[in-house]
Ligand binder design. Structure first.
Ligand SMILES: NC(=O)c1ccc[n+]([C@@H]2O[C@H](COP(=O)([O-])OP(=O)(O)OC[C@H]3O[C@@H](n4cnc5c(N)ncnc54)[C@H](OP(=O)(O)O)[C@@H]3O)[C@@H](O)[C@H]2O)c1
Length: 276
């Protein structure tokens, strides 16, 4: 595994497993067990994904000890007071069957990040959260957080894929000691047909998804590709053995067209109540 260190020294695998939409007809327990069997040790979930309970069952059944796994969940926008934050963290830990979380993120910025962050900091100081961070925060959201934060976020998980590289945010987060993590790194599968990516895949005897994930990791961006299929989980995991040259990365970075594909954090439409 290729790992980095968060600003508090915690080891963080650059490649983790995403679980959005693995719910309902999809078996999140089996998916997480498959991911662990392939080699993933870091699992990304969220209250919004409605699969913490099933993931908890996977953790219970997993042959890999809890101490070797890194479990991150995220607070939805309806968690917007100090007490709701404490209550939700306890509920998530219970659903996941754990007595600490390795990572906890604010899922989307809202208008009471302050109370939520303060509660997260308190649980971090108590040892219940091993790292805390944010998701979908632009520079101005982080600048606002800075006004009251006792500790800075360690991770910022954002939309980042071949067509939307977030160069300025990457630069800003680097300066602030915040690790950038890409969500939808494969553009939900749509990036796999981009000609340059296919061309490099052929050249490296690799696959398009492996080229994209290797590119991100080489750029210091953590990734959490999702799949319900064990063969694709393994394919994505094997991105760790693809080595791109600096020139190749430079040419890939030119795929950026600046167009966000998904929700804009300034206007995400989830309100402060978070319609679920
Ligand atoms: N913080 C946030 O606001 C936020 C937002 C979105 C996502 N996320 C996190 O980021 C994770 C990843 O993002 P994502 O799930 O939206 O998108 P993604 O990982 O870019 O793409 C997942 C899609 O690509 C397909 N896929 C995966 N590997 C493949 C491969 N090797 N070849 C062909 N197709 C492949 C999957 O289909 P199959 O399942 O059928 O294989 C799925 O449809 C999420 O699961 C979630 O944990 C966070």
């Amino acid at each position: 595994m290729i790992s980095t260190k968060l600003s508090n020294g915690l080891s963080y695998d650059m490649l983790g497993f995403g679980t959005y939409k693995i719910t309902g007809e999809f078996d999140a327990k089996q998916a997480v067990l498959d991911a662990i069997s392939v080699g993933y040790r870091r699992i990304d979930t969220a209250v919004f994904y409605d699969n913490e309970g099933e993931i908890g069952l996977a953790l219970k059944a997993s042959p890999v000890p809890r101490s070797e796994l890194f479990i991150t969940t995220k607070l939805w926008t309806n968690v917007n007071t100090y007490q709701k934050t404490i209550d939700r963290i306890n509920a998530s830990m219970e659903a996941l069957g754990v007595d600490y979380l390795d990572g906890l993120l604010i899922h989307w910025p809202h208008n009471n990040n302050r109370e939520v962050w303060t509660a997260m900091e308190d649980l971090y100081f108590q040892g219940k959260l091993r790292s805390i961070g944010v998701s979908n925060f632009k520079e101005h959201h982080i600048e606002e957080l800075k006004r009251f934060a006792r500790i800075m976020p360690m991770v910022n998980q954002v939309e980042l894929h071949p067509e939307f590289r977030q160069f300025e945010l990457q630069e800003y987060c680097k300066k602030e000691g915040i690790l950038v993590e890409a969500w939808s790194p494969l553009m939900r599968g749509e990036a796999l047909n981009i000609p340059l990516i296919k061309e490099l895949a052929e050249k490296h005897n690799a696959t398009p998804s492996q080229i994209i994930l290797a590119w991100d990791i080489k750029e210091g961006i953590a990734v959490i590709p999702k799949s319900t299929k064990i063969a694709r989980m393994a394919e994505n995991f094997n991105a760790l053995s693809v080595n791109l040259s600096d020139d190749e990365v430079e040419s890939l970075n030119k795929l950026h067209n600046g167009v966000r594909r998904y929700r804009n954090p300034d206007n995400h439409g989830f309100g402060n109540q978070g319609e679920l």
